[in-house]
Design a protein around this ligand. Structure first.
Ligand SMILES: [Fe+2]
Length: 277
């Protein structure tokens, strides 16, 4: 496929082809619709962060363009993933960050470290970026740029999803519920997931078993959030309160819920003090 210079149409074309291939499978159609919407929402969140964070001010226009393109195209591999699920079954899993990276690598206008590296690792632990041989061979100033852009897409991706979660409730339509919680309304919290949360860690998604586990891990995203603007976005739009309310409905132990709420509020207050102090 050719990119005509308009990145939006480039992305929409991938979505359109995917949508055609999975036509008739209601779940995958909705999955694809959700992902194109999400891509534009991540752009909106990325713009919010770039407007509010000092590090993006006084940067050359091409740096801001990389930020925009990284946010817009980070999930382009989702459309390939959805096609693969259509071919091999819903349980077929693959690394959509890697797929996005592979697709963008084929286009010279996107094949620059400022886009490729943040996209390749947007769904991984950040340590994978720092270990990447392509990252390690960059000069220090370029490494710094890549890191800022990686933080940007990681934050924008998370806060866009946290914002969407506002539409999920215990009464959500089944598909929406499934897209976010993956499982039944099982309220039990896996002790291992609670333990990692209380010690300030995200859990590996493969360990998440119940809806409560998924919800708690969404809350753990705050541990992996970099810019204060992202926290501000979540508190101003009510995403944080909404997620806490949803968790309190799911988790059957009020004592566990209280520990969780105290832990995250304490973490966020400390983060503000550190950054502002
Ligand atoms: Fe995303």
């Amino acid at each position: 496929m050719q990119s005509n210079g308009d990145e939006r149409n480039f992305l929409i074309e991938y979505y359109r082809i995917c949508r055609q291939k999975v036509a008739g499978n209601k779940y995958l159609e909705l999955f694809a619709d959700e992902k194109i919407r999400h891509s534009f929402q991540v752009v909106g969140c990325g713009n919010y962060i770039m407007r509010h964070e000092e590090v993006f001010h006084r940067r050359p226009p091409e740096f801001i363009k990389y930020g925009y393109e990284t946010c817009l195209l980070h999930d382009i591999g989702r459309f390939r993933e959805i096609e693969l699920k259509n071919e091999h079954g819903l349980n077929h899993s693959c690394d959509h960050s890697q797929l996005s990276y592979e697709i963008l690598s084929e286009y010279p206008q996107f094949a620059v470290p400022e886009i490729l590296l943040p996209v390749k690792h947007h769904g991984h632990m950040i340590e994978e970026l720092y270990r990447d041989a392509d990252y390690l061979r960059l000069p220090p100033l370029l490494q710094e740029d890549v890191e800022h852009l990686a933080f940007l897409v990681r934050d924008a991706d998370k806060i866009a999803n946290l914002y969407l979660l506002k539409n999920v409730s215990r009464k959500s339509p089944e598909i929406l519920h499934h897209l976010f919680l993956y499982h039944s309304e099982d309220k039990r919290l896996t002790p291992e997931i609670l333990e990692s949360f209380l010690s300030g860690r995200l859990s590996d998604r493969t360990k998440l078993k119940t809806a409560s586990d998924w919800l708690l891990n969404y809350l753990a995203w705050f541990y992996d959030t970099n810019y204060l603007a992202s926290f501000d976005f979540c508190s101003k739009t009510g995403c944080l309160r909404n997620l806490l309310n949803l968790l309190s409905e799911y988790i059957d132990s009020p004592a566990d819920y209280q520990k969780i709420e105290n832990c995250i509020l304490h973490f966020i207050t400390r983060k503000y003090q550190q950054k502002k102090g």
